[in-house]
Each structure stands twice: as C-alpha cells, then as structure tokens.
Design a protein around this ligand. Structure first.
Ligand code: NAD
Ligand code: UGA
Length: 465
C-alpha cells in the first residue's frame, strides 16, 4: 500500500492553488508544495496580506491562512519539489493552440510535455503522476511514453484526476464535491495501488461514495464531456432568449417552467450575454477537434454549434446597444459594469465583456469600465490580446474607474456585464439622475428588477424578454 506523504503540484493557478490549499487543509499529515515558474504569482501566494493572493475566491484566504507554512508551501524551486514528492499533480495551463496543426481548436500541450520531461529528468524515486489539467482523451499515453523512456529505472504510474470546481465557488466545490473522478490502470497491481493512494488522499474529507474510479480514457473524456454539457445548457437557454425577445415570452419564466421537470433540472439555465471563462470554449473546441480527427463530422458539427451560439449571443448584445442608441455610439459614453466572466472571481479569460467592449470600441464609443475585482492593467491586457487595434488606441479609447457611480456619470448607456451582487444594491436613482437622457440600461445578466428600473425612468433592455 502506498501512503502519500509528500505532494508536489506543478502550476499555481486558479486550479492548482485552491485545490492544493484544500488538500493541505484537510490532510495536515501530507506536505503539499505548489510550484510555478511565474515568480510574481508565487510571491503573491506567499504574501503575508491574504487579500493579495493572486486568485480571488470567497473563503480561500482562510484556507490558505490555516495551512500555509504548516504543510502548504508555494515555491519556484520546481526541481526540488518534484524530486522529493511521492505524488505529482500537473495543473498547468492547456489553452487552445494558436499556431500550426489544430490552430484555434486543439489543446496546446506544450506545457504538459515540458512538465513530463522535467519530471522524467529530475526523478530518482518512483512517482505517481496525476493529470489535474484538462486534457484531450489519450494524453496519458503520451505522458507514459515520455516518462518511461528515461532509462533510469524510476517507475511512474499515471492517473487522470480532472478538476470540476467552478471559479467563484472553488472552495465550496472543493470542500463538498459532487464527485471526485480518478482514472487509472485497473489491470495491474501497481495501477490499482496508485488509484487507491489518490483515493486515500481525498478520503480525508470526501465520502467514499463520491469518489469514482474509472479507466484513464473515461476519466479524460468525462472532463471534456462535463464542460460540453454545461456549456450546451447555457447556449440552449441563450438560443431561447432570442426567441423570447421576439415572442413576448420571458426566458426566466421559461427556464423555471422547464427546470422544474426533474429530468431537466433548474441549474445552469440562466440566460446571459454569453458564457466566458478559460475552459468552456477551449474544451468544446478540443472536443470538436478530437471528433474531427476521428472523421466524426456530425459529432464535431453538433458540439461546435454550442460555440457558434455563444458568439452570436455576445455579438447580438453589442449590436442591440448600437441599434438602440439610434444606430450610432460614436463619441457616446457607454458604462460597462463588470469585466470578470462571472461574479466572485477576478478571472477575465474569455469574458463576454471583452468582446462586447471590442465591438463598441470599433463603433468608436467611449467605453468606461468598472469591476470590483479586476485591475485596469488586466482590462487593457485583455483588449491588447485581441489585437484589434494598437495598444495606444486601446488606452485612448477605454477608461477604467473605481466605482459604478463614476462609470455611469453622464453616460448615454449602462451595460451590466457581470452579475456582481453589489450592482443590485446600487442607488439606481442616483445613477439615473447623473446619466444623459434617455437613460439606456442593458442588463446582460438578468440581474436587475426590470419593472422597478423602468419606473425610475430607465429605457430598460434585458436579455430574454
Ligand atoms: P492558470 O493559467 O491559472 O495556471 C497555470 C499555471 O501553470 C500558471 O501559473 C503557469 O505559470 C504555470 N506553469 C505552466 N507551465 C509550467 C511549468 N512547466 N512549470 C511550472 N509552472 C508552470 O490555469 P488554471 O485556470 O489553473 O487551469 C489549469 C488547468 O486546469 C487547465 O488545463 C484547465 O483547463 C483546468 N481547469 C481549470 C479550471 C478553472 O476553473 N480555471 C477548472 C477545472 C479545470
Ligand atoms: C466551469 C464548470 O462549471 C466547472 O465544473 C469546470 O471545472 C470549469 O468550467 C473548468 O473546467 O474550467 P467556470 O468556467 O469556472 O466553471 O464557471 P461556470 O459557473 O461554469 O460559468 C461559466 C460561464 O457560463 C460564466 O460566464 C457564467 O456566467 C456562464 N453561465 C453559467 C451562464 O451564462 N448561465 C448559467 O446558467 C451558468
């Protein structure tokens, strides 16, 4: 029986940081070291001021505060941490490829392969290597081939243990996961022992019946499938939101009516300006690519439609702003409330706000942004990354401010992009009074009370009604 005493996690990002912090909190007998090549990020994880952690997640400061320095460590000493670990989680980024074969669709496994080569080079004792990153089905095969060709006699077992946490609720999700999924090789004694070793880590706090074990390929494919199904629900309800706007139906009422059917269920039926985040789009594109590479055209087309619908939803929200403002927003001040891809996170990757802002900037609007957790540098970096215009132009056209009141003062229109709780509690009378009239309000999240805001005088538009 292998009992894990020392864990190393490569990648101190949105997954590696919170996941390892919770393992360290719940299993105080295991030393957990999270390593990263990004020195700034590691320094932020080690900051004495817990409000400066690089990842904003409700409750994470308390978990890190409890375990850090006891059995949780953040370090840039990657080789040392790998060498002394019994179990190594790989939790590095796996973004969509931006070059070469599979450009724009396949997952870029460059960082995964670098990790495997580094583990192979540094290891002198047997290790269990755990895929925590989201990976295309059959990646474990490539990892195995790299790890097993070192010629130094070190034995590796490879497990797949995809992460299902959602940002904004990461700590909650990690403390009480619907399930933990562990894929391994059930046909060998070593494979079974490795699976059991990881089961034992989670068993410190997760009930046994919530820990599922499968073969490696099922585990890898289940992660992509789970994200595809979740995103599909959002695109399905968003598709209906447009039909609701044409027919007088209300998408919230439709969602409630269908969600009460226990076979459909009430969750993930919130119409929005479009899903964002670092994973839904990338993982579906990856699924589409895999299906295409097996020649499964209909399967690929089916899933690609989820992305096509999402792009349409973002675009039509922006188009509607321009159309409503008498077909021009040139020189008009548009206040965007929220930039993060959802509430309770500082993550902006693939946020719908980026694309809506880009569209409005192309129409020469003066865009003013306020988000409670996202910095000006991040907002500008997100726009620069699109490459639509020069960095100088972006800095000229967009303003980032520190409060919703400042953003909306003398604005022609307000667009709610992220469902932050604080936007509900704003003094909307004050905002109305300070705006130009007619005061247009576009709710991309179905966050605000339509009737109450119309009564205050706003020209109100909400997705799906
Ligand atoms: P991230 O970009 O926040 O973090 C990845 C980190 O890995 C970065 O800090 C980077 O510097 C580091 N890194 C890359 N190569 C390295 C190397 N060779 N050595 C050391 N450090 C290295 O990414 P993330 O959001 O944490 O996602 C990680 C993986 O988890 C992805 O595959 C993603 O699909 C998956 N995932 C993400 C979420 C989520 O909510 N963000 C949820 C489930 C699964
Ligand atoms: C998602 C999944 O929920 C996680 O299970 C998964 O681990 C993760 O992806 C991942 O692999 O990265 P996350 O992207 O953090 O988590 O956040 P979600 O809550 O899923 O929201 C994704 C996007 O969909 C957000 O922009 C959100 O606003 C949008 N959304 C979600 C809707 O528009 N409507 C909904 O009903 C739900």
């Amino acid at each position: 029986m292998t009992q894990i005493k020392n864990i190393c996690c490569i990648g101190a990002g949105y997954v590696g940081g919170p996941t390892m912090a919770v393992i360290a909190q719940k299993a105080p007998g295991i030393k957990v070291t999270v390593v990263d090549i990004n020195e700034k990020r590691i320094a932020a994880w080690n900051d004495a001021d817990l409000s400066k952690l690089p990842v904003y997640e409700p409750g994470l400061d308390a978990v890190v505060g409890e375990a850090r320095g006891r059995n949780l460590f953040f370090s840039t000493q990657v080789d040392e941490a790998i060498a002394e670990a019994d179990m190594i989680f790989i939790s590095v980024n796996t973004p969509t490829k931006t070059y070469g074969i599979g450009k724009g669709m396949a997952a870029d496994l460059k960082w995964i392969e670098l990790c495997a080569r580094q583990i192979a080079r540094v290891s002198t004792t047997d290790k269990i290597v755990v895929e925590k990153s989201t990976l295309p089905v059959r990646t474990a095969e490539a990892l195995k081939s790299i790890l097993e060709n070192t010629g130094n006699g070190v034995k590796f077992q490879i497990l797949s243990n995809p992460e299902f946490l959602a940002e904004g609720t990461a700590v909650e999700d990690l403390h009480a996961p619907d399930r933990v999924l562990i894929g391994g090789d059930p046909d060998t004694e070593e494979g079974k022992a490795a699976i059991q070793a990881l089961v034992d880590v989670y068993a410190h706090w997760v009930p046994q019946e919530n820990i599922l074990t499968t073969n490696v390929w099922s585990s890898e494919l289940s992660k992509l499938t789970a994200n595809a199904f979740l995103a599909q629900r959002v695109s399905s309800i968003n598709a209906l939101s447009e039909l609701c706007e044409k027919t007088g139906a209300d998408v919230n009422e439709v969602a409630k009516a269908i969600g009460q059917d226990s076979r459909i269920g009430p969750k993930f039926l919130k119409a929005s300006v479009g899903f964002g985040g670092s994973c839904f789009q990338k993982d579906i594109l990856n699924l589409v690519y895999i299906a295409q590479s097996f020649g499964l055209k209909e399967v690929a087309d089916y899933w690609e439609q989820v992305i096509i619908m999402n792009d349409h939803q973002k675009r039509r929200f922006a188009e509607n702003i321009v159309r409503t403002l008498y077909n021009t927003v040139s020189g008009k001040k548009i206040a965007m409330l929220g930039w993060a891809f959802k509430k309770d996170t500082n993550d902006t990757r693939e946020s719908a706000a980026i694309y809506v802002a880009d569209y409005l900037l192309n129409e020469r609007a003066e865009v003013v942004v306020y988000d409670p957790k996202v910095s000006k540098e991040q907002i500008l970096a997100d726009l620069d990354y699109l490459g639509t215009r020069s960095e100088a132009e972006n800095r000229d056209l967009i303003t980032v401010v520190n409060s919703a009141y400042e953003a909306t003062e003398e604005a022609h229109a307000v667009a709610v992009m992220t469902e932050w709780d604080e936007f509900v509690a704003l003094d909307w009378d004050q905002i109305y009074n300070a705006m130009l009239k007619p005061a247009f309000l576009f709710d991309g999240r179905r966050l605000l009370d339509k009737e109450a805001l119309k009564a205050k005088g706003f020209e109100f538009y909400a997705i799906g009604s």
